[in-house]
Design a protein around this ligand. Structure first.
Ligand SMILES: Nc1nc2c(c(=O)[nH]1)N[C@H]1C(S)=C(S)[C@@H](COP(=O)(O)OP(=O)(O)OC[C@H]3O[C@@H](n4cnc5c(N)ncnc54)[C@H](O)[C@@H]3O)O[C@H]1N2
Ligand code: MOO
Ligand SMILES: [Mg+2]
Length: 423
């Protein structure tokens, strides 16, 4: 008699799993390599930006109090006593009725408190001296970029675990991080099981298929922020698979297997967990696809037994492996971001279990529209190409029609969602 597995709710599976999620260590990389990593420490401004009052324009720095009586008909003549480009400083205090020619980004000279744009003045040359005619009053602070107006010293600009985007790279450079503290990526081993599997370079043979899961999972691991370690594909032979899984555990932080996790004669993963003495957290989840997804723990390491069916394998990874990776990377929001959107096509199938339809999300009329990306079957691979989201159809619901409001998990998002049991 085949063992009957008791399915648990997706939320419960995630809850059981997240109890074992731990953050990893921090390492450093040169700033040129920081993009696409996750911050190992919060990024805090250690000085004001800008660090000095500066000119936002090419023009003339002047003293606003000199201009109090200026009108269009009674312009003020100021003597130009110096010229500074960005990076240079004017080293004397500017006096009454004096101005300094200044370029964008240059430090405002002492004594000055406003800048007049170049286009607004008339230059006059008299006896070897340059003067300008100013035709309007200036407020103190007019056309000045003040010290600290961009950000103040002590401000947290990005939390630990933030995805390092080009803007964060700019900040890292601003604050002098030649070496950037990043969360070390976990190494995730991948083992594909199945006697039917051909390597990618092999010609098709009767009864065989090419191993697509391993390469798909490698890409998902990279997308989630971890480092894949491909350990090969193996036939459905217990001793071989057992040996491979056992040996893999020393080399990785987490291990993913694909296939062999259901109840078939050659589905050896359940037996492997048993012989390893691994603690199985769950082996059946009330979801489609991916109901056979199994997670076990051995010597502090999580083993993810993902389904052999490509769509089920894909969904199992996004629901269960990704949050573990994101926690390891110190992300405050390790779960995949969810949003509400409109269903872009009818989905007539009823949903006895929570269903995660591979969907394609676009923007229409200012909102999100999610359309099933192809044939919705667990063993399908073609629907994955367009998938950038999972459309969540809760268990116990009937079919859905185009235009219905649905929850969408955004797979390409980097911001994430906090762990919350009702989230
Ligand atoms: N009697 C039952 N049969 C099945 C059940 C069940 O509850 N009772 N569950 C079904 C569900 S649901 C799924 S999903 C699959 C899960 O199967 P396994 O995880 O054991 O995977 P395999 O049997 O090894 O393979 C399933 C399917 O996927 C193909 N495959 C496997 N590896 C790869 C790969 N690397 N790349 C591409 N495709 C792969 C394989 O050829 C099979 O077609 O079990 C159902 N059965
Ligand atoms: O794990 Mo299966 O995908 O529910 O078809
Ligand atoms: Mg099987």
């Amino acid at each position: 008699m085949v063992e009957t597995r008791r399915p648990i709710k997706v939320e419960e599976a995630i809850e059981r799993l997240m109890k074992f999620s731990t953050p990893g260590v921090v390492t450093h990389v040169p700033i040129e390599q920081a993009y696409g990593n996750f911050l190992g420490e919060p990024l805090i401004a250690d000085h004001d930006v800008p660090f000095f009052n500066r000119s936002p324009y090419d023009g003339f720095a002047l003293r606003s109090q000199d201009t109090v009586d200026v009108t269009r008909n009674e312009p003020l003549k100021l003597e130009v006593v110096g010229e500074i480009g960005a990076g240079s400083v004017h080293d004397t205090v500017v006096g009454e009725n004096q101005a300094v020619r200044i370029m964008t980004g240059a430090q405002i000279p002492d004594g000055c408190d406003a800048v007049c744009m170049l286009e607004m003045v008339e230059p006059i040359d008299e006896a070897g001296h340059t003067y300008i005619l100013v035709k309007k009053k200036f407020r103190s602070g007019e056309n000045i970029s003040f010290r600290g107006e961009d950000t103040k010293q002590g401000t947290e600009l990005a939390s630990r675990g933030s995805y390092i985007n080009p803007g964060i790279v700019a900040l890292l450079a601003t604050f002098g991080y030649k070496q950037v503290p990043i969360s070390q990526r976990p190494t995730i081993g991948i083992i594909a099981t199945g006697s039917e599997l051909l390597d990618v370079g092999e010609p098709l043979q009767p009864g065989k298929i090419r191993n697509s899961n391993a390469y798909m999972v490698i890409s998902q691991i990279i997308r989630a922020g971890a480092t894949p370690l491909y350990l090969g594909q193996f036939s459905d032979h217990f001793a071989t698979c057992f040996d491979q899984v056992k040996r893999a555990l020393d080399k990785v932080d987490f291990l993913i297997t694909t296939g062999g996790v259901s109840v078939g004669d050659y589905d050896y993963l359940p037996q492997i967990y048993k012989e390893l003495g691994a603690n199985v957290l769950f082996n059946k989840v009330a979801m489609r696809p991916g109901s056979v997804t199994t997670v076990a723990k051995k010597d502090g390491k999580l083993l993810f037994g993902l389904s052999g069916n490509p769509s089920a394998c894909y969904v199992g990874f996004e629901l269960f492996v990704r949050p573990i990776i994101r926690t390891y990377l110190h992300c405050v929001n390790p779960l995949t971001k969810k949003a509400m959107g409109t269903l872009g096509a009818d989905f007539p199938k009823p949903n006895p279990f929570d269903r995660f339809v591979r969907g394609h999300v676009t923007y229409k009329h200012g909102g999100l529209v999610a359309t099933p990306a192809g044939l919705d079957k667990s063993n399908v691979v073609s629907s994955l190409a367009k998938a950038n989201a999972l459309i969540v159809l809760p268990g116990g619901t009937k079919g859905y029609t185009e235009g219905d409001q649905v929850q969408i998990m955004l797979l390409e998002d980097q911001e994430g969602l906090q762990v919350s049991l009702d989230g």
